[in-house]
Design a protein. Structure first.
Lengths: 200, 200
């Protein structure tokens, strides 16, 4: 059985997933991802012990366990390459959508493949690599928007954070104007976050 | 004990609550409110029998039962005055925010008061009329946005409908750029709708 193509975003109630203002990048990132940093499943993947074992940690653990390959935008890769260091947290094949050819890069348990043929091809190659597990479109916002617009996702996980930010990068820009019906798959109330899992 | 100031909106996953395009008004309105039309509590308030008795109907019944007065924008009143007929569904005092003076209007169990002193005054007068019950800021979008921006709401009920519309009137425009922290109060999965109740 082929896996699904899944994406997930931490998002404010008013639909923002980040900010284009570099002075505000860190506080916005911290506010949107605060719910995850203290979870046991997240800490474990970062090589840290301890953390909270709750429903949110269970969902994150499930996300890791069911993912066989990742797709990343170039900006997210460029941004992460240095801070991830020698042990990036993916621990799986990662397909980076980019215009620049680059040789495959192995770091710890993660292998980065650079795909210059576009998003659809990157997802196709990730599907092959993932086998019967899922492909996880990890971001940034632009790659997730393109995936929604092109109808490439099977599931979208919104980790809705209880704050109104009032401005920033809107996940819902540029997803096309054709109505897309979703089916509510699961709703889970975590601590400081509401997990809204939709299927297309 | 004074009641709370509550607002509620039917909203798509991508944050739209309507459309400025009059040709699309009816299909968008129907899609966003489809979840409510068949509920027993809704039908009963429109003078109809039958309908579904489920968790969503329970929440709508609760909304009616706990509301002592309503606040409406002028556009919503102008738009509704004719279709509501002689028995508007509010069955309570309604305070309409408007620039045009007009005498108090009694229709069935509903009394419309026209307030020219602005939104805050309308909410103040509605609070007095509601006693220990809640004031319900019923819409349209502009009056809800103004209420959020001015910090006048205690609770916001989002009836999130599982569709991406891609364009329309965004509830989250014009609510100010200062971060507003919310507390998730209740999450309820209904049929074709997810009820997200937040408190400020």
């Amino acid at each position: 059985m082929a896996g699904k193509v899944v994406s997930a975003m931490s998002i404010s109630v008013d639909g923002y997933v980040g900010t284009p203002d570099m002075d505000q990048w860190m506080p916005v990132h911290e506010r949107l991802h605060r719910w995850v940093f203290d979870l046991a499943a997240w800490r474990s993947r970062q090589g840290m012990e301890g953390g909270r074992e709750d429903v949110s940690s269970g969902l994150v653990a499930e996300e890791f366990a069911t993912t066989g390959a990742y797709v990343l935008g170039r900006n997210m890769f460029d941004f992460g390459e240095e801070p991830w260091g020698d042990e990036p947290p993916y621990e799986a094949p990662v397909f980076v959508v980019t215009n620049r050819e680059r040789e495959t890069l192995v770091k710890g348990k993660t292998t980065f493949h650079f795909v210059t043929g576009g998003l659809e091809l990157a997802i196709e190659r990730a599907k092959e690599a993932a086998g019967d597990r899922n492909v996880f479109v990890s971001g940034g916002a632009s790659i997730v928007q393109q995936s929604i617009k092109a109808g490439l996702l099977d599931e979208l996980h919104l980790h809705q954070v209880p704050v109104l930010l009032g401005e920033g990068i809107r996940l819902w820009d540029g997803i096309g104007t054709q109505w897309k019906e979703l089916a509510p798959a699961r709703v889970t109330l975590g601590e400081g976050v509401t997990h809204l899992y939709y299927t297309f």
